[in-house]
Design a protein around this ligand. Structure first.
Ligand SMILES: *Cc1c(COP(=O)(O)O)cnc(C)c1O
Length: 401
């Protein structure tokens, strides 16, 4: 691997690269020889300082490009391998950058496209810390946020004003799982010259392709399914050409970078994403269908169920469902606490996307729209355990009520 190497496209083993199926991309992407040195996986390249042969050599490395050793903040082959793999999974995207967490990626993407005086259109079912960013730092820097109904679809056009700069989507919505009509929202936003952002953490690019749907900045909390083993914090933003330069320049001045050890773990996780997600889907659906027949379960909030708001968009646009969904308990908050506290196989904890099952009480916050679910929400992450064991655990829990 030279200090000066070209950017991504088509360098692997001297072949002409062609678009392969996603399952093959998960195995092959980012494994070019100059980064792996012929070993199956790249090493963990840790670096701050990179040494140059001469002043001229140093000058030649500017401005830094991805794929060129320059300084640790600009990445090393471990980072570039993951970036290249994530870009390849998003046809139409130009590049990917990594951040120290999913929340860091959300902040890095928004700060790249917004400026004082702008208005941001934000889905009302957004992840809590993203809402908190809008109401704190963005507000302090003169950006106003207007929240919209997740089911707005092409009606987003009516909300776009002179100051509107960007539309942020998260589909399905945090805790309540409404699926958005992402292509329609992007088309309406594009017609008015807006930038579009999507938090695609639930589906991953394996089950939903953001750039192909018109998204400029596709954000992942790699902490979740990409890592897949509950042992790292990492975020990514995959950008189209139109916004790539702004994303990179903002990342650089904000000093956003990721640890090569975490990128290495995420790269390992990525190789098995397909088999893991398929099992999360299968187990999740089995548990969800069982729950649906239980007298103490009032409703399922799961994109694959026909009564989920936006289910038709999930059917049209997604290649699968993952293991995260909620149900509405027929009971009060105290009953919910008793149910959750008594479960044995579902751990109580933040995050999700690891191999293990988790449960949390979910209390969605909305400010622009109302959703009365008629009871408290329980959010499950269904892991890779035998689903019959998970069902037995839930059955005992519901029986205790
Ligand atoms: C977890 C999560 C994030 C934030 O990721 P972290 O790595 O925990 O900072 C962002 N968006 C969604 C939808 C998430 O579930």
């Amino acid at each position: 691997m030279g200090r000066r190497s070209r950017d991504a496209e088509g360098a692997g083993r001297g072949r002409v690269s062609r678009r392969r199926k996603p399952e093959t991309q998960l195995v092959e992407a980012g494994r070019r020889r100059e980064w792996t040195q012929g070993i199956v996986n790249p090493a963990v390249w840790r670096a701050s300082t990179i040494l140059f042969d001469s002043v001229a050599d140093m000058a030649a490395a500017n401005p830094p490009e991805q794929g060129t050793l320059h300084y640790g903040r600009n990445g090393t082959p471990t980072i570039w391998a993951l970036c290249e793999a994530l870009t390849e999974l998003e046809p139409g995207a130009a590049m990917t950058r990594l951040y120290p967490s999913g929340s860091g990626a959300v902040a890095g993407a928004l700060l790249a496209v917004l400026e004082a005086g702008d208005e941001l259109l934000m889905v009302d079912t957004v992840y809590g810390p993203t809402r908190a960013l809008c109401e704190s730092v963005l507000k302090r820097f003169g950006v106003t946020t207007r929240y919209y109904d997740p089911l707005v679809g092409s009606g987003i056009a009516e909300l776009i004003g002179d100051k509107t700069r960007a539309v942020f989507m998260e589909s399905p919505g945090t805790h309540s799982f409404e699926v958005q009509d992402v292509p329609a929202i992007c088309a309406a936003a594009k017609a008015r010259g807006l930038v579009t952002l999507l938090d695609n953490t639930w589906a991953t690019p394996l089950f939903f392709k953001g750039a192909a749907a018109g998204v400029d900045l596709s954000i992942l909390a790699c902490t979740k399914y990409i890592g897949g083993h509950a042992d790292l914090m990492l975020g990514s933003v995959t950008a189209t050409q139109a916004v790539a330069d702004r994303l990179e320049k903002t990342r650089r001045v904000l000093g956003q970078t990721a640890a090569p050890d975490d990128a290495w773990l995420a790269l390992r996780g990525l190789r098995t994403l397909d088999v893991r997600l398929r099992r999360h889907q299968e187990n999740g659906l089995k548990v969800a269908h069982w729950l649906k027949g239980q007298p103490r379960v009032a409703r399922l909030l799961h994109p694959a169920f026909p009564d989920c708001p936006g289910h038709e968009f999930w059917q049209r646009d997604f290649a699968g469902a993952t293991g995260l969904f909620s149900f509405v308990l027929d009971g009060d908050d105290a009953a919910r606490t008793r149910l959750i506290d008594g479960l044995e196989l579902f751990g109580i904890g933040y995050s999700w996307g690891g191999y293990e099952s988790l449960v949390v009480p979910a209390d969605p916050v909305r400010t622009a729209t109302k959703a009365d679910h008629g009871g408290p929400l329980v959010r499950l992450h269904v892991g890779l355990e035998d689903p019959d064991d998970l069902i037995a655990d839930l059955e005992a829990g519901l029986a205790r009520l």
